[in-house]
Design a protein around this ligand. Structure first.
Ligand code: C5P
Length: 234
């Protein structure tokens, strides 16, 4: 694959244009937390996240959810449809953790009565504030119809991912997805990896995601490797 020009470089991924319809996504070893305030480089992270993301996108596709995924390219690349990302972080929560417990009186680890779908504005300057429908529409981020569809997609993705992880003894606590416009459709884009999910081992309660880095709980790569092993990817 001849990737032409870099069109974007974020905190952990770089995107290269392949042609007008395709991009090559490079998963780098960079790891950040707290809006980039905490940074490090962890060898093997790019590989593991590309591998895990590719597998999960394939699972979504198998379950009738369209994604940007086209092909995994060893070791740390993904070929994807070029989409127009909607600047909204779509978060789904099954168990209370993280910012939900900082902002509201939920107890960490509490199972939610029903999943929470939360839309945050992807905007570093404003620190990703939570949106409601009226704010999102007034900011011109998405239409009412798109927001409704995004909520439906998020809940469907939750059902598929919950099952995938349940089968390998992992609890899907919460996750974030990004959604893009592709032709006349909305597709799941960006990445789905231990960087963007909270995953707890069902039997030991062990944390298998980026919280290990955020909270200095040990070797984050060994946790990501454990996720890939459970999913039988390595
Ligand atoms: O921090 P918070 O509890 O709101 O995060 C909810 C979920 O969304 C977590 O799985 C976290 O990893 C993910 N997330 C993300 N990128 C962000 C914010 C949250 O992947 N910028």
């Amino acid at each position: 694959i001849k990737a032409k020009k870099p069109i974007y470089s974020g905190k952990a991924k770089s995107i290269y244009e392949v042609d007008e319809d395709k991009v090559l996504i490079e998963f780098r070893d960079d790891i950040t937390a707290g809006d980039g305030a905490k940074k490090d480089v962890k060898e093997g992270k790019g590989y593991l996240n590309a591998l895990i993301s590719s597998y999960l996108f394939k699972k979504l596709e198998e379950n009738g959810i369209e994604t940007h995924f086209l092909e995994y390219i060893e070791p740390n690349y993904m070929l994807a449809k070029k989409v127009e990302i909607i600047p909204i972080e779509v978060i789904v929560r099954n168990i209370a953790a993280g910012s939900l417990c900082r902002r509201y009186p939920f107890k960490e680890g509490e199972r939610l009565k029903r999943p929470i779908v939360q839309f945050d504005y992807k905007n570093d300057e404003y620190h990703d504030p939570m949106l409601n429908e009226d704010i999102a529409i007034n900011l011109g981020l998405a239409t009412e119809e798109e927001l409704k569809k995004m909520r439906e997609i998020a809940l469907k993705v939750n059902e598929v991912l919950k099952k995938v992880f349940d089968e390998v003894g992992i609890e899907l606590v919460d996750f974030k997805i990004e959604i893009g416009r592709y032709k006349d459709r909305l597709v799941v884009a960006d990445e789905i990896s231990p960087d963007t999910m909270r995953l707890w081992d069902k039997s030991s309660g062990d944390i298998l995601d980026k919280d290990v880095f955020r909270k200095d709980l040990g070797d984050v790569i060994s946790k990501y490797r454990e996720v890939a092993k459970r999913l039988k990817l390595i």
